[in-house]
Write a protein that binds this ligand. Structure first.
Ligand code: PTJ
Length: 246
């Protein structure tokens, strides 16, 4: 039991969720390493959503609302840390949810599918029963996608993605929104929009933003997107890492 007044309470709660997900069999062992890397960058960013990330969030939400067939890709870490919020965001946009695992095993896919079913969300794509195709005919597990989901989507939200897959998605002509605490990662650089923030803060803020933006007309959303440059936004994110902060 972690005492509420512990100075690192939030961080320890997230570690607990990651550990439990591993014990339940749906988080990959590498998922724990990925979490540790994320923690490091979060520390350096001051464990808060920066003004720079808020801009990326606004642009992302505007894009999601305007997209024809937006899909939210989920993996072990995403489910462990933010599945309730992901479901809420998917319903609000509306967007589809697709299981997409870097270290795909049938067992992990089934556990994740059942978690979503128990939460009342039955339309999850990318399951073992789904019609999975290969993007651009690349016969690699990194390139699998559901026919009705990522395969035919124009915009994919990928929290905590790996570089290879982001590259495959972008090369196949899709727009990709990444959520990645590391502004230097291959994913961050390859994505169309990168939200440099913790998924546990980014998704709730995306929900809040979507509630507001749903009322906007198309032209107003297009105005929000217009001048965004991912490269410039990433450079600004790097500036938010203040190594002299004591
Ligand atoms: O469940 P699977 O099989 O799909 O595997 C998922 C992982 C995350 C293990 C897999 O995609 C992977 O190996 O990813 P990488 O290449 O380690 O990249 C993960 C990125 O997510 C890193 O750049 C981390 O800094 C970042 N990250 C970690 N935790 C968070 C995060 N970004 C946002 N929020 C976090 N909580």
């Amino acid at each position: 039991m972690i005492p509420k007044n512990h100075p690192r309470y939030n961080s320890l709660i997230l570690r607990d969720k990651i550990k439990n997900a591993y014990k339940e069999g749906y988080l990959s062992d590498s998922g724990m390493i990925a979490h540790g890397r994320g923690e490091t960058f979060d520390y350096l960013l001051g464990e808060k959503t920066t003004e720079t990330s808020k801009i990326a969030i606004e642009v992302s939400v505007a894009k999601l609302i305007l997209a024809e067939n937006p899909v939210i890709s989920i993996n072990g870490n995403t489910v462990a840390l933010a599945i309730d919020e992901i479901i809420q965001l998917a319903k609000l946009i509306p967007a589809k949810i697709e299981i997409n695992l870097f270290y795909r095993t049938e067992k992990r896919v089934d556990i994740i599918k059942n978690i979503l079913h128990k939460k009342g969300y039955k339309d999850v794509l990318g399951t073992n029963e789904d019609n999975l195709l290969y993007i651009n005919d690349i016969e690699s597990p990194r390139a699998t996608a559901s026919a009705n989901g990522i395969y035919s989507s124009d915009l994919v939200l990928v929290p905590l993605e790996d570089g290879d897959r982001t590259e495959i998605l972008v090369d196949s002509g899709k727009e990709v929104i990444a959520i990645d605490l590391n502004p230097l990662s291959r994913t961050s650089k390859k994505a169309s929009i990168t939200i440099v923030d913790n998924i546990t803060r980014a998704i709730p803020l995306m929900i809040e933003t979507a509630e507001k933006f749903k009322e906007y007309v198309k032209e107003r959303l297009e105005e929000i997107i217009k001048d965004f440059s991912n490269e410039d936004n990433l450079k600004e994110s790097l500036k938010c890492i203040d190594l002299n902060r004591l």
